[in-house]
Write a protein that binds this ligand. Structure first.
Ligand SMILES: Cc1cc2nc3c(=O)[nH]c(=O)nc-3n(C[C@H](O)[C@H](O)[C@H](O)COP(=O)(O)O)c2cc1C
Length: 188
């Protein structure tokens, strides 16, 4: 797949099944992440790889965190939280790792982490691996961050679900005209 074709046709895969990406495929995803634009070369990101029993443990962590923040949960809510990570054979937790820096504000570092996460998604797609970047309440729940062992200067920016695509999506038509305008506006 050529680079432009990838950029113009990538779609997310909400439904994913086995197999998980191979070690070689993951290595290329990490190399792609390493090419994210990075002011000051701070590498303000890292990924946690979760698969197999780890996915079940993540589901239990979601449940514990959900109970801690919402109190009593219905059986349906508990099952939903517990099963969330089981929607793919592998999840990469994308983590922004920020620091105070004289020239690079934290907001820029989080943008770099986002670019790295998207590079992972693109590199997955380029290799025929299905991917979907998800967040949701669990990404912002401090108990989840704590349970994953994140430090004070770290935050979850997404869960990248990876596996084999069950159903290809069609690429929607892009309304590009509203994306770009001339500045200054030409009088006339
Ligand atoms: C930071 C971030 C968080 C996201 N969180 C979710 C999510 O929790 N649930 C969801 O359905 N899509 C989420 N998305 C959007 C999907 O990844 C995806 O882009 C969207 O479903 C559109 O599909 P497409 O990528 O095929 O255009 C998120 C995207 C980003 C960048």
């Amino acid at each position: 797949m050529d680079a432009l074709e990838l950029l113009l046709t990538r779609t997310s895969s909400p439904l994913l099944q086995e197999p998980a990406p191979t070690a070689d495929q993951l290595e290329l995803m990490m190399k792609a992440a390493s090419r994210a634009p990075d002011h000051g070369s701070l590498t303000p990101y890292r990924f946690l790889k979760v698969e197999g029993e780890g996915l079940r443990a993540l589901g239990e962590l979601f449940l514990t965190a959900g109970r801690a923040s919402a109190g009593e949960l219905s059986e349906a809510q508990a099952t939903k939280l517990r099963n969330m990570p089981l929607r793919a054979p592998m999840i990469l937790v994308a983590v922004a790792v920020t620091q105070e820096h004289p020239k690079v504000p934290v907001s820029e570092q989080v943008i770099t982490a986002g670019c790295a996460a998207h590079a992972v998604v693109q590199a997955a797609c380029a290799q025929g691996v299905g991917a979907m970047w998800r967040s949701g309440d669990m990404a912002f729940n401090p108990k989840v961050a704590q349970g994953l062992g994140l430090a004070e200067n770290e935050q979850i920016i997404g869960f990248i679900y990876l596996g084999q695509t069950v159903k290809e999506k069609t690429v929607p038509e892009a309304d590009t005209a509203r994306l770009i305008t001339d500045w200054p506006i030409l009088q006339g």
